[in-house]
Design a protein around this ligand. Structure first.
Ligand code: GAR
Length: 188
């Protein structure tokens, strides 16, 4: 599930098994990357569904049809409905460009620069009913340099995302991943 698709590309290059790519927008980079790697892709536009619940039903139908084990979100900027979260609890991952709980939501890199923090970073977490509130799986700090722009900081954050997300998802694939309450225990 993605946007520009840089995380998807990194996961595919690393050999993480991707059965289906779902985008909530048409014409995004992730769809072209899916095509290039011959991975089935679907565009599910939220505006075509009457409610978040109806959208969730369509997502679950697509997931069930592809018999997926886990969901990896990257730039999927939609809240999932409670039933979808429940159906895949502990198996829906998200990558977020800050050290949560700092700077949740949209434009996390811009928020960190505006606040003036010296360190920000990357969080991989499990998705729950809240916004970026699920159990933390992995975090890695990234320093903010005095001359950083949103673009330069984003480039360093993305490089960390691409490595860290693959580490986590590969651990999940290899069944080296367990969750107990808010604690996720895993090894690469
Ligand atoms: C990633 O940087 C991810 O951390 C961010 O969207 C980007 C997607 O990039 N997600 C959020 O900001 C969620 N609030 P990609 O499509 O190139 O993987």
């Amino acid at each position: 599930m993605g946007g520009a698709g840089s995380n998807l590309a990194a996961l595919l290059e690393r050999g993480v098994g991707v059965e289906l790519v779902v985008s909530h927008r048409a014409g995004v980079g992730a769809l072209a990357i899916a095509r290039a790697h011959r991975v089935p892709a679907a565009v599910l536009l939220p505006s075509r569904y009457p409610s978040r619940e109806a959208y969730g039903e369509a997502l679950r139908q697509a997931f069930d049809d592809a018999a997926i084990d886990a969901v990896a979100m990257a730039g999927f900027l939609r809240w999932l409905d409670a039933e979808t979260v429940q159906a895949y609890r502990g198996r829906i991952f998200n990558v977020h460009p800050s050290l949560l709980p700092a700077f949740p939501g949209l434009h996390a890199i811009r928020q960190a620069l505006a606040y003036g923090v010296r360190w920000t970073g990357v969080t991989v977490h499990l998705v729950d009913e809240g916004q970026d509130t699920g159990p933390v799986v992995a975090q890695e700090p990234v320093p903010v340099e005095p001359a950083d722009t949103e673009e330069s900081l984003a480039a360093r954050i993305h490089a960390v995302e691409h490595r860290l997300y693959g580490d986590v998802l590969q651990a999940f694939e290899r069944q080296r991943f367990f969750v107990s309450g808010r604690r996720a225990i895993w090894r690469p």
